[in-house]
Design a binder for this molecule. Structure first.
Ligand code: GDP
Length: 595
């Protein structure tokens, strides 16, 4: 808290509970004061700065707007991918390149309409014939500067790219309908953009609608840490109507401003690299791929490796279908000549020779094979190991809970934990079951999914298995926070796993003085081991579970008994053994080390 006398710094938006805490007053009292001022708010609701200022004035405090630090995409050390791509380039040769923009947002908020509206302004600006083909990306010109748009609305494409280690976009334009406000997919989109460290600006769409409420949306955005610039924050919010072509110019200008403050650069003379936007087989032409050049200049005749596809580019056309000879950074092009269909999100590069291309592809195929065999989960146990090795700096989490009422306390508990040496980054927190989108986000961000009183959908489970994403479900809050705390401190006990080492069938039951009854068994599989654990099943009923304390072979005590042999097994305090019972012998081992 930064109180200076009776001055208090407040953000552009603050939740009542936090406000009460900040001014050290009872929230109930605060809510009453708000009510007398005609504002109805619950303890979990946020009020804007002006409202908060009026209320704190009643306590004799003067509110001043907190200075919000500029958005820092690299705040936790992760560098956007395109910066890594140009890391080897000579700084003096780097030149500004057009920003690459992707449009995300909730369904029906107008992503497609906005992409169309922007395309139309291009036509209006005098493009003969307009743009008839869709190659997954296009460019528009504004004040002599180009902007590249990825024309694949919806964050599935964006996330898929990220899951493959690619990051086509430099800027995310988040479309929010002014009549509908922030919705679940809006939040998801924000989580994706934040996880990818891509700056976000907002297109506040459908302002032509009679029930549009821009202030309400701004309030909601502020609550999600996207404080609008006109509220003193750093998120540009541009009101638009895709339908009536209003505000499109402002939006484009806004994009250029965001681009300028992010120094989006590349070396046009450098190594040619970029990302596959989409690809398909054209019956008459062969493999047709859309590539986004991100560094260097791509030329017809270049030999390209894209994922596990390769080939000499026969023809390059721009997004309007016009043949071109070369394409510099941020240019989307359609190319012919690849051997196979690469996947969206695969990186491509230009190589010297066909031989080199084949060698790289060969290595990748091999690497993919070994990776598939040893695909490791990002699990709390791994984090534990990484903490010990000094590698981990941050734990990414996706949190799902049954109701908002459980989400809030969990988040505040977790935030406290994240103040230690290892940061905790909650990428996305929402109510509802764990679904595919959560798994995609987790996979792309190397995050763990934590569920509280929720289930994981069957599809999501399957996908998590495939992608190696750890899903942890809890029903008690402190168990959840305890596990995370242990992981962050590098103290997590590896998960205990059972390993079955043998099975046996009971052929006879003997009486023996020491143990009451002894099972005469035949080992059908593996081995029985003294000191290990056993379970005895009568048909499918588990009738006994405990230590295997007595193991004898022809009246001799033995340590173990292998498959095919017969032996006597005694169970402590249990004598209801029956012929035909099945015995399972197992050991407990610790998590990943189990092998
Ligand atoms: P998407 O699912 O986000 O791609 O949304 P669409 O672009 O398909 O738009 C959904 C619906 O909203 C369509 O019926 C559009 O005509 C309508 N729509 C989009 N933008 C506007 C707008 O600015 N004003 C109004 N009134 N309707 C819009």
């Amino acid at each position: 808290m930064s109180n200076n006398g009776n001055r208090i710094e407040l953000p552009a938006s603050i939740v009542i509970r936090d406000l009460a805490q900040k001014i050290e007053k009872s929230p109930i009292d605060l809510i009453k004061k708000l009510m007398t001022n005609g504002v109805m708010a619950t303890i979990n609701q946020a009020v804007d700065f002006d409202t908060a200022a009026i209320v704190v004035a009643e306590y004799g405090l003067e509110a001043v707007l907190e200075v919000v630090e500029a958005q820092k995409p690299e705040e936790s050390g992760e560098v956007p991918l395109w910066r890594q791509m140009i890391a080897g380039e000579d700084g003096a040769r780097l030149k500004s390149r057009p920003p690459v923009v992707t449009i995300l947002g909730h369904v029906d908020h107008g992503k497609t309409s906005l992409l169309d509206a922007i395309r139309q302004t291009e036509v209006a600006a005098g493009e003969a014939g307009g743009i008839t083909q869709h190659i997954g990306a296009y460019q528009v010109e504004r004040k002599g500067r180009l902007i590249t748009f990825l024309d694949t609305p919806g964050h599935a494409a964006f996330t898929q790219m990220r899951a493959r280690g690619a990051q086509g976009a430099d800027i995310v334009v988040l479309v929010v309908a002014a009549d509908d406000g922030v919705m679940p997919q809006t939040r998801e989109a924000i989580a994706h953009a934040k996880a990818a460290r891509v700056p976000i600006m907002v297109a506040l769409n459908k302002i032509d609608k009679p029930n549009a409420n821009q202030d309400r949306v701004k309030q909601q955005l502020a609550e999600l840490e996207l404080v609008p610039d006109d509220w003193g924050g750093s998120t540009m919010v541009v009101p638009v109507s895709a339908k009536q072509l209003q505000g499109i110019d402002d939006l484009l200008e806004g994009i250029l401003l965001v681009a300028d403050s992010n120094e989006i650069k590349a070396n046009p003379e450098g190594k040619v690299i970029g990302t596959v936007i989409e690809a398909e087989v054209d019956k008459s032409k062969g493999v047709l791929a859309t590539l986004l050049v991100q560094n260097g200049t791509l030329q017809a005749g270049d030999i390209v490796v894209a994922g596990i596809a390769h080939g000499k580019l026969r023809a390059i056309t721009d997004f309007k279908g016009k043949p071109i000879k070369k394409a510099g950074p941020s240019t989307p092009v359609s190319v012919l000549g690849l051997s196979d269909v690469p996947s969206a999100g695969d990186l491509f590069q230009v190589v010297e020779s066909d031989r080199e291309a084949r060698a790289i592809v060969g290595e990748r195929v091999e690497a993919a094979r070994t990776q598939a065999q040893s695909k490791k989960k990002v699990s709390l146990e791994d984090l534990f190991a990484n903490v010990q090795a000094g590698d981990a700096r941050e734990l990414n989490l996706i949190l799902k809970a049954d109701v908002q009422g459980s989400l809030d306390p969990i988040i505040s508990e977790l935030n406290k934990l994240g103040e230690g040496e290892i940061g905790l980054h909650i990428l996305h927190a929402e109510t509802g079951n764990i679904g595919n989108n959560d798994v995609m986000l987790a996979s792309a961000s190397r995050a763990i999914i934590v569920g509280f009183n929720v289930q994981a959908d069957v599809d999501a489970r399957r996908m998590a298995e495939k992608e190696g994403v750890d899903i942890r479900l809890y029903e008690i809050i402190y168990r959840l926070t305890e596990d995370i705390e242990k992981a962050l401190k590098g103290m997590l006990e590896p998960e205990i796993v059972e390993k079955v080492i043998g099975r046996a069938t009971v052929l006879q039951v003997f009486s023996a003085s020491k143990f009451g009854k002894v099972a005469g068994c035949k080992v059908t599989d593996g081995e029985l081991r003294r000191g290990a654990r056993v379970r005895l099943y009568h048909a499918t009923d588990l009738v006994y579970e405990g230590d295997l304390s007595s193991l004898r072979h022809e009246k001799e005590d033995v340590k173990e008994m292998r498959q095919g042999f017969e032996c006597g097994v005694g169970f402590k305090n249990f004598s209801n053994i029956q012929v035909g019972d099945q015995l399972i012998c197992y050991v407990v081992e610790k998590g990943e080390q189990a092998g």
